[in-house]
Design a protein around this ligand. Structure first.
Ligand SMILES: Cc1cc2nc3c(=O)[nH]c(=O)nc-3n(C[C@H](O)[C@H](O)[C@H](O)COP(=O)(O)O)c2cc1C
Length: 325
């Protein structure tokens, strides 16, 4: 058996495979199975800023005839949603032997930044911030939006002492630049990338439907390119691969490109905890075959700085390879 342990944002993990934030990581029987299968850490289902704000505002609106009750309801809902989440963190901590990373899904600066402290006090070992708001204001520039995100991260990292990772979207103009900004605001990790709920169109019924919530294996390539580039250009921050991590081969590719960890979501929905144990077997076999004893023997070996032909990561046009086809 090889040594699969890794340091992720200062957390000592026994393996580089994380259970990504999803409905599965809010269920105690599931996280227990992931722990038994050898997962390195659990990222808990997110606490949604939107959910807390909407619920509180909806109920407060219902009580417009009794304005004095609006404040009470607002406070009650917020307190209740957070209390439930804090209990979930404690229950998961009591159930598993590995580090537990809480997750907040947020889109603005707000009171919820204070929840981060409560999450830390509940025993979370780390915090993942899933920050995104759909940009619909045509007058607001990209840098203004990014500055807002960086400010949110800066205020959270100032309030907590547990390590904070930021789970980002894959469509920034300058991904290494943005990751560097996150690092300067105190983030210890970046998760690349989130995969969002997507609308689709059913042409038979002529209506909008939800696209498949699950990724396919092929979806890891964009992540692989940016893993290779960002791990080389922004040293000193730990990167976690997310999207399309379906098996051990893909985890190994991400480690070679420079990832510290890789997060599974779809694979856990489709194959259960077996996806984790199988991937661990695959990584062990790879390391034995290649003569690697520990992850640092090959982590980042194929990143942008470490290969003789870094243009392999830069090339985006098909002109040269497929020009004659
Ligand atoms: C059903 C479902 C629920 C999810 N819930 C969350 C969530 O609460 N917070 C979060 O940050 N990501 C959430 N995600 C995104 C996953 O953590 C992950 O980033 C994404 O699915 C890409 O990974 P995959 O290709 O392994 O599925 C969810 C994904 C799915 C499919």
């Amino acid at each position: 058996m090889s040594n699969l342990s890794v340091n992720y944002m200062g957390l000592q993990l026994r393996s580089p495979i994380l259970a990504a934030s999803s409905g599965l990581t809010s269920q105690l029987d599931k996280v227990e199975a992931f722990d038994k299968a050898g997962v390195g850490a659990i990222v808990v289902k997110s606490l949604f800023e939107e959910q807390i704000v909407d619920e509180a505002e909806f109920l407060a609106d219902q009580s417009h005839d009794y304005p004095e009750s609006a404040d009470y309801l607002h406070h009650y809902i917020r307190h209740n949603s957070i209390a439930k989440y804090l209990k979930l963190i404690k229950d998961i901590k009591d159930t598993v032997s590995v580090p537990v990373i809480a997750s907040i899904n947020c889109y603005s600066m707000g009171e919820w930044v204070e929840f981060a402290k409560e999450i830390e006090d509940a025993g979370a070992d780390g915090l993942e911030l899933n920050i995104f708001s759909m940009p619909l204001n045509v007058l607001k520039g990209a840098s203004q939006i990014e500055t807002d995100y960086l400010d949110v991260v800066g205020s959270v990292t100032k309030r907590v002492s547990i390590p904070v990772a930021v789970k980002i979207a894959n469509n920034y103009t300058n991904i290494p630049g943005f990751v560097n900004g996150l690092k300067s605001r105190g983030a210890k990790g970046v998760v690349m990338f989130n995969r969002f709920y997507m609308p689709d169109i059913d042409i038979k019924k002529v209506r909008i439907i939800a696209a498949d919530a699950y990724s396919t294996e092929q979806e890891h390539l964009k992540e692989l390119r940016w893993m290779g580039i960002v791990s080389a250009l922004v040293p000193g921050i730990d990167l976690s691969a997310s999207t399309g991590i379906h098996n051990g081969t893909i985890v190994i590719k991400q480690l070679l490109a420079g990832a510290a960890t890789a997060q599974m979501c779809t694979a856990l929905y489709q194959k259960g905890a077996e996806a984790i144990s199988q991937a661990i077997d695959d990584i062990n076999l790879f390391m034995e075959t290649q003569g690697f004893e520990k992850l640092s023997d090959f982590r980042g070996r194929l990143n942008y700085s470490n290969i003789p032909n870094p243009e392999r990561f830069e090339r985006v046009q098909f002109m040269k390879s497929f020009g004659s086809k």
